[in-house]
Design a protein around this ligand. Sequence first.
Ligand SMILES: Cc1ncc(COP(=O)(O)O)c(C=O)c1O
Length: 402
Amino acid sequence: MISAASDPGFERIDEQRLRSGWGVKWGAVDPDVLPAWVADMDFGIAPPIRSALNQTLSDEDFGYPFWPDGDPVVRAFERRMQSLDWNPLPNRTRVYSDLIQVLQVMIEHATEPGDGIALHVPNYPPFLATIQRSGRRIIPIPARSEPEGWRFDEPDLEGRLEAGGCRMLLLVNPHNPTGRVFRRAELDEYARIAERLDLIVVSDEIHSDLVYAPHRHVPFASLSDDAAARTITTTSATKAFNLAGLRCAVAHIGSAEVAERLHQEPLDYFGQPSILSRVATCAAWNNSADWLAGLRRRLAANRDIVAEWVAESRHSVSWNRPEGTYLAWLDFTGTPIGDDPASALLEQARVLLSAGAEFSEHTHLGTASYARLNFATSEDVLRRLLARIDGVLDEAAGDARR
Ligand SMILES: Cc1ncc(COP(=O)(O)O)c(C=O)c1O
């Protein structure tokens, strides 16, 4: 068996290249800062993606596109979903530039101003901002940390959603930032509530290629005929294949009503992802399984490194081991930097994590004691990051004792 450490392409990263490139993760920070914030990976791309992009460049194939057999990204998506035991409906999938655009379009076409939109909190900050800006109301479903991991259940969720005028459930599965992978029984319960309250479900499955065994991703639309008919499934290759700068996403519209409304819109309303982004997405979904397997091994090994660091921490940093994603949602409560860990770590450790408070913005919930660490980097960078964090915590604890 190949160990994570011997997988080519994941062992070393090129800091120089990353700092001088277009990417915001390394480009937007000072030269002495180690970045572990935005959900981009420090690795390169899969060789089949590189070949496909190079081929397109050498063919200089950049006219307005024409797809005689249908959009190849849509076909690649449909095939991939079939491998997860779900058959997307024909002519219901469209390509978008990204998942925030998808959410904006769905909010506009499936809800009215003032409607409630339920989502788990903490959550991906641009989603909270998008709902807030749209004039709809955020109905937070709070996360609870239990000894066995993250829990989102509550005794009368159905009643609360009904009383709150909920019209849409936005499910992020696997969940950002906790890395929770929802169990089939939990999804079944959401599907039951969605049917009872006649909700549209927007299911963001962008991290679904990054699930660690024994967990398994279950597409929400695959749960039942009713779930399929009310779910908008949205995903992209950007997270698992490191293509965020190319901008390409898909959405499959299970709801006939929403599909009909979208059908009324002119094509230019949706925009058009570029040929390069489509070529890369197809190569990712059709031909890059080996690279993805190697990536998963590296990420699983990095997750173990963070787990060991948390377990051995002298400073009561805590987490629940993520079941998917390359994101570690770290709780600094009880440490001397628990008020705003990301700011303290940037200032004193020169390490940039995502600030916890952003993941509950526009809600009454507080996540300021958290910071999200992105561990999609080399072992060397990850260990340097964690050592810097330890240094700050050691010093702060020493100061507190003095
Ligand atoms: C859960 C989730 N959804 C959507 C996105 C947006 O991805 P993209 O900009 O590639 O569409 C991200 C990015 O980190 C994410 O974590």
